[in-house]
Design a protein around this ligand. Structure first.
Ligand code: NAD
Length: 332
């Protein structure tokens, strides 16, 4: 069969080629995102994969895909908000996403942030770089990970992988979660409520989805209840944490540090090159602090995750073209 992939990044190309070779199918690589101007190039193909930030909201695109005999629209990401689901339904297009591509990728980035903060690398770096101060200062003596109580907030795929890592390192793992998974329970020493986690944890690591129940889950009242040296790691969604309150808590030494792969206002600048005057003030303030580490929503960005995003998407397209059901089909 012949598949066409839009919005292809260079790092995806080897995995698309590997899949084509392994399955004997043809995969056409297109760097541009799918749009009204290039939709005609889909004619003659059996299936289509996209990866894009721009919405696909032109009804003519959906109508043409239907007319070309396309049965599905697959995104190589977990989010599928680029599609207009009503237009997809009207044009008999199934939607698939890649909901789980590598929980370990995100879990390992969370651990990386936590270890950087625990061993006070930011503080050492600032003193060495700014003041040529290489002293073994007493206030920079750190603890060791197996002595820490780590609270996982949201014990799903990523929280579970995180629990497994910390457990293997000998930490005491406690978890705050909605649904208790039997798969991840062996990595948890104790299931607790949020109040207990705030009181007992040395590291709190967030892995909940952004919902009305988790928006601002961590704000001034929660920071005030945390240990003074506690580290907050946010690998989930920016708005789970109130950034202004977090900055205050850090300035007031209410918590020990923060590792953030996501921020509430990130969509205006993460994954983009912006003019320095367009960098938001909260980001500038956070990265000045030696006890803060910020990465631009890249926890997912590992070779394993990219390979899975590409190949799971292509497998699902091939299965749909062959008339099979796939578990990643979005029901709407
Ligand atoms: P998941 O659905 O497997 O797990 C989420 C867990 O959170 C579930 O166990 C659920 O019971 C729990 N939960 C939901 N609401 C809760 C609440 N109010 N209190 C306590 N627990 C609650 O999801 P996942 O695949 O583990 O992903 C988690 C989140 O990670 C995603 O929603 C996304 O926001 C984020 N994520 C970040 C990156 C990144 O690159 N930083 C990549 C992928 C996903």
């Amino acid at each position: 069969m012949k598949l066409i992939m839009f919005g292809v990044d260079d790092k995806e190309v080897p995995y698309a080629k590997e899949w084509a070779e392994k399955t004997g199918n043809e995969v056409k690589i297109v760097k541009d995102q799918l749009s009204s101007t290039n939709v005609d190039s889909v004619d003659g193909y059996d299936g289509i994969s996209v990866l894009q930030t721009s919405k696909i909201d032109d009804p003519a695109i959906y109508a043409k895909l239907n007319q070309f005999g396309i049965k599905q629209l697959s995104t190589r990401t977990a989010g599928y908000d680029m599609f207009d689901l009503d237009l997809a339904k009207k044009n008999c297009l199934k939607i698939t996403n890649v909901s789980i591509y590598s929980p370990r990728a995100i879990a390992e980035m969370g651990l990386t942030h936590a270890m950087y903060l625990l061993r006070k690398i930011g503080e050492f770096k600032q003193r060495m770089v700014n003041n040529a101060d290489f002293r073994w200062s007493k206030d920079l003596v750190s603890d060791e990970i197996y002595n820490q109580t780590v609270a996982i907030v949201g014990l799903g795929h990523i929280g579970g992988a995180t629990a497994q890592i910390y457990k293997a390192l000998g930490a005491r793992v406690i978890a705050v979660t909605r649904a208790t998974s039997v798969v991840y329970a062996p990595y948890v020493d104790e299931f607790v409520d949020l109040e207990t986690a705030l009181k007992e944890a040395d590291i709190i690591t967030l892995h909940v989805p952004l919902t009305s129940s988790t928006e601002n889950m961590f704000a001034a009242p929660q920071f005030k209840k945390m240990k003074k040296n506690a580290l907050l790691i946010n690998m989930a969604r920016g708005k789970v944490v109130n950034t202004a309150d977090l900055i205050d808590a850090l300035k007031n030494h209410e918590i020990g540090g923060a590792g953030l792969d996501t921020l509430g206002d990130e969509t205006t600048y993460f994954s983009k090159k912006v003019a320095s005057e367009d960098v938001p003030a909260d980001f500038k303030e956070l990265v000045k602090m030696p006890n803060v580490v910020v990465t631009p929503h890249v926890a997912f960005m590992t070779d394993t995750a990219v390979r899975n995003m590409v190949q799971i998407s292509l497998n699902d397209i091939a299965a749909i073209v062959e008339g099979k059901n796939v578990k990643n089909e979005v029901r709407f």
